[in-house]
Ligand binder design. Structure first.
Ligand code: COA
Length: 315
């Protein structure tokens, strides 16, 4: 498979660190050195399905394909207002898709898990054109009285249209399952019979443990996959790393021994937009003509699960 088009869409509301410090005991001086985040786009009067649709239409336009040309749609999403149907179906109906649609919830590495599913369908000869949409609103998961989590996130959507080709060199998925390090609990409808606790609990995270997992998983994912492919780091032109925290990306860079210039960054004005992050960054780099034909791109992402994944693609 091969990337034919990319797209992205962001909420219009931009919230700076100073705006957060108007109602939270936090500051730009605390947030910037620990995370690299200065501002983030946050959903206000938009719907995540509209941002997903906008990103998908933009990727379709770049690919030269029409919605009816897509054979399969995968939407990576952690939370939406819809429990059913899946967000892929909601977005698909808006943009006029005619194909099967599935949702996945693999948290921040969702784009790489979606690429892996798509690749499996290509190998099986079942698809010609696949649409991946990563549409995320982690700000709707946070407890906005908890300064240790809500300052980290931003919302948005990114999309990729895939077509036939042999540009994916390899994909490797990894898990270190532990549901206690990052989690959020939903409230479900009450019934006359259910006797358990039904309170929603906003996002909970052990920041230090997640930080260590992210750096270790990303570094070993990248090194293991490059070794398996018989490639060296010299052959990598760009690392598109999940934009969770600038210090995480910096540590990965140090462990890999790779230069700053290979790591495009947009965390400063986006925050962590979960699985949308890699696709938004990809689209921004693509639209600024950063990639040359034949460049090697390495995608690496990590998050709740704990899950991580890496993909090596030729542009
Ligand atoms: N503003 C001001 N103070 C804050 C704060 C904020 N937004 N958030 C936490 N603090 C305080 C804490 O209350 C604590 O105060 P105390 O020492 O009086 O108890 C102090 O800062 C240190 O907190 P700690 O959690 O130990 O800070 P840290 O250096 O580990 O940094 C993170 C916290 C969240 C920035 C860091 O752990 C991190 O980035 N982890 C990875 C998170 C992540 O990226 N998750 C998503 C992955 S997909």
């Amino acid at each position: 498979m091969k990337i034919l088009g990319t797209g992205s869409a962001l909420p219009k509301k931009i919230v700076t660190n100073d705006m957060l410090s108007e109602f939270l005991d936090t500051s730009d001086e605390w947030i910037v050195p620990r995370t690299g985040i200065r501002s983030r786009h946050i959903i206000s009067d938009e719907k995540i399905e509209d941002l997903g649709a906008q990103a998908a239409l933009s990727a379709l336009e770049m690919s030269g394909l029409k919605p009816e040309d897509i054979d399969y749609c995968i939407c990576s999403n952690v939370v939406s207002e819809y429990v059913t149907p899946g967000l892929s179906c909601v977005i698909g109906a808006k943009i006029g898709l005619k194909c099967p649609c599935i949702d996945i919830n693999c948290a921040c590495p969702g784009f790489i898990y979606a690429l892996d599913i798509a690749e499996t369908h290509y190998i099986a000869g079942k698809v010609r054109n696949v649409l991946i949409i990563c549409a995320e609103q982690p700000t709707r998961m946070c407890d906005w009285t908890d300064r240790s989590t809500c300052v980290l996130f931003g919302d948005g959507a990114g999309a990729v249209v895939l077509g036939p080709g042999s540009n994916v060199k390899g994909i490797k998925l990894h898990s270190q399952l532990d549901a206690t390090k990052i989690w959020e609990r939903n409230s479900l409808m009450p019934t006359p019979y259910y006797e358990g606790d039904n309170r929603a609990i906003g996002l909970q995270m052990n920041g230090r443990e997640v930080f260590k997992f992210a750096v270790k998983a990303s570094t070993s994912d990248v090194e293991d996959l490059l070794n398996e492919l018989g490639m060296t780091k010299d052959q990598v032109d760009w690392y598109i790393v999940h934009q969770a925290n600038y210090r995480i990306i910096d540590a990965i860079k140090q462990y890999l021994g790779e230069p700053d210039g290979k790591f495009p960054i947009n965390i400063s004005d986006h925050g962590n937009s979960s699985s949308a992050s890699c696709t938004i960054l990809l689209d921004e780099c693509n639209k600024s003509h950063m990639f040359k034909e034949g460049n090697t791109l390495v995608f690496s992402a990590f998050g709740a699960g704990l899950l991580s994944g890496v993909a090596v693609l030729e542009w």
